[in-house]
Design a protein around this ligand. Structure first.
Ligand SMILES: Nc1ncnc2c1ncn2[C@@H]1O[C@H](COP(=O)(O)OP(=O)(O)O)[C@@H](O)[C@H]1O
Ligand SMILES: [Mg+2]
Length: 229
């Protein structure tokens, strides 16, 4: 589904992602785990086209994404839920969702969005800025879903969100994934959430993958050591 080869990303002279390789199968869920500052956001932003790559290749179903603008990558099938959610505070919930759609503003929000996130229906006329953190996260996910992604990418979706809502979000993502058939990449520091959604785990340290685990062979303690040292 998604293949990343030899990806190198810099901020100025600072070499932040080093020769990253990544393969994501259809319908697979991958968690990218690592402490603050290890390169998770940089990686996800470079997949989405918000940061340029110095070298390397990012292919979505065989199509090269490097050099293409973000909106073009979204049209090709990349959905993105940014760290901190980045919803539009002065737009209504409905307008926020529509902003993720091709053909907005005349397009209609598909029914399944409100079925999965009933609170967004209740609040559809409210300003995005008036929602709680958990509700904003659901809104950011809804906004990414309406572009019909083949790969949905979430950057630290649990950050600043209550445990009960985190569970709801994991459940919704798993059901949506089954029903809509997308693959998932999620960056996380919260292992319980990653374990609820991921089939496979990659640990990133200083812009390099240093360890990987699958759901079957998961060594919890080992992953926790990477997250806490
Ligand atoms: N805009 C930026 N300019 C320069 N350096 C940055 C910028 N954003 C992040 N970095 C640096 O790149 C590294 C990776 O950061 P980031 O991808 O945000 O990590 P994470 O998401 O894992 O917390 C860190 O050392 C961080 O300080
Ligand atoms: Mg980050």
């Amino acid at each position: 589904m998604l293949t990343v080869n030899n990806l190198n990303v810099y901020y100025g002279e600072s070499h932040v992602l080093r020769n990253l390789e990544l393969n994501l199968a259809p319908a697979e869920s991958l968690a990218i785990m690592g402490r603050n500052g290890m390169g998770k956001t940089t990686l996800l932003k470079s997949l989405v086209g918000m940061l340029p790559a110095r070298s390397g290749s990012i292919q979505l179903v065989g199509e090269e994404l490097i050099g293409r603008k973000s909106y073009d990558r979204v049209a090709a099938g990349i959905g993105f839920v940014p760290q901190g959610r980045m919803i539009f505070p002065y737009l209504s919930v409905e307008e926020n969702i529509l902003s993720g759609m091709q053909g907005a503003p005349t397009a209609r929000i598909p029914n399944y969005i409100y079925e999965y996130f009933p609170v967004l229906f209740e609040m559809r006329r409210r300003k995005g800025g008036n929602l709680s953190g958990g509700q904003q996260q659901q809104l950011a996910i809804a906004r990414a879903l309406v572009s019909n992604p083949k790969v949905l990418i979430l950057d630290e979706p649990t950050e600043g969100i209550q445990p009960s809502i985190i569970k709801d979000i994991a459940r919704a993502l798993n059901q949506l994934k089954k029903e809509r058939g997308f693959s998932l990449i999620v960056s996380e520091q919260v292992l319980s959430f990653a374990m609820a959604v991921a089939d496979r785990y990659l640990i990133i340290e200083k812009g390099e993958f240093v360890h990987s685990e699958t759901q079957e062979t998961l060594d919890r303690e080992r992953i926790l050591r990477y997250l806490t040292i």
